[in-house]
Design a protein around this ligand. Sequence first.
Ligand code: SAH
Length: 566
Amino acid sequence: MIGLISATAAGAAARDRLAVAWPDRTRVYEGPVGDAVRSAFAECEQLVCFLATGAVVRLIAPLLGEKSTDPGVVCVDEAGRFAVSLVGGHGGGANELAREVGELLAAQPVVTTATDSVGLPGLDTLGFPVEGSVATVSRALLDGEPVALRAELPWPLPPLPLAEEGAYAVRLTDRAVEPAGNEVLLRPPSLVVGVGASRGAPADEVLGLVEETLRDAGLSPRSVAELATVDAKAGEPGIVEAAARLGVPVVTHSAEELAGVQVPNPSDAPLAAVGTPSVAEAAALVGGGELLVPKRKSERADGRPAMATCAVVRRPARGRLAVVGLGPGARDLLTPRARAELRRASVLVGLDQYVDQIRDLLRPGTRILESGLGAEEERARTAVAEARAGQAVALIGSGDAGVYAMASPALAEASDDIDVIGVPGVTAALAAGAILGAPLGHDHVSISLSDLHTPWEVIERRVRAAAEADIVVTFYNPRSRGRDWQLPKALAILAGHREPTTPVGVVRNASRPDESSRLTTLGALDPAWVDMMTVVTVGNTATRNIAGRMVTPRGYRWQTSEEGAK
Ligand code: SAH
């Protein structure tokens, strides 16, 4: 629960906005502020005080105990300009709360905790298991001391301001080593353990074999990415439980696929039982990589035949290509997932003007490869090449990166040796639609009028089809200085099937600072209003201008039918 405390009328107004926005998370404390702060401090996990920091410091000073248990406290000033994370930045969640409160009240979050304020990733938030002196090495990073990266294998890491040499080190390794005093170990998910098991093999036998094999080979169980086996063993309890205890998934492959993998130790037994001469070695080797431990059988104290086999492979590092849509422009239309991917990337590839849009969100140390308009193919190639070299890459585009943008040229270049993660963004047609009203309430298409890469005949055929099918059309790339006849031509084709009074929305720079829009008609549209920063949405024969908003009915019968009335 978040306790809310205020003293003045302005404070109470801001307080009420939080209380209304988060009814289940907040509780208002009324009465004298001193008592209110004391009660809230005792009863809540977090406090938001609409009071001066000085006042709050004095009130909570005698109440402070341990940083692990104290509530997080945020102060908001009288004018509502700042949300200050005062105490409990990490443990009490005050930094995050200051950001949330800031967003809600349009106040600037003020965060002074070191790792957050300089944008450094906490070493324990990189998405890898860590061991060793996290606090010591983090402090060294913050103090600007040289911290070396000792990567024993290539792996796509987020950006870290690391040096070649230094008294401190971040060591990326899957080997079973102990961290030195000034060292943090990062465990990449680089090991695949192939397992085979007879029906009814006990989990202890499977797990014991896996653990012993890793120990003898000097490998860390924390780098195991998965247990791999044959489809027929997907539900084998001993394997399922061993995986659960290791905290990794069971990944299965068909016997046919496994039979096609070259292995050093094929045998007849699995061939008869499940249809492949190798389970453990083949399953471990399916994705390629280096066989570190060939097939090994469990040993049973009672001398009965072994029921489990395993083999260990170090898989090749897979680069990571995130194709990230930034939305139409406004920061709050950039999705949290896009933001996370931007921070996950060590290499950012994009058009210079889009890079400018999000530069402040990047982590220090991010390598930025920006280029100008027209270099699409080159950008796509660069992004894929960096990912294939094992990097974590973000390729950015405005709106949705898959809509008239970088995703298709990049994926046309990409091979299956990299992971590709798509992050959808709010495309211009949707951003414009929300400004205009509800123009896309029924079937709609987007058509780009750029004939640089598409022959005009093709574009015209599509416009004609949309016109005949009475579909709402949004034109992207509608008009530029050198391309001015295409839009009038396309509108004329639509006018052949729609009244001159058909509503048309023209939106320029949707969600950007100089956003403008107008609602006009097919008969009255002046192409001079339109440029490359604009989308033009033409209604269908049912679209209406209702109270200045463009509305396309859900269906021709929907609104009068009984169902529609519900
Ligand atoms: N990937 C982008 C589209 C790229 S094509 C997206 O999904 O939105 C470029 C065209 O998109 C521009 O010529 C313009 O027609 C349109 N566009 C992009 N952003 C826009 C915005 N904020 N406002 C209006 N139109 C926009």
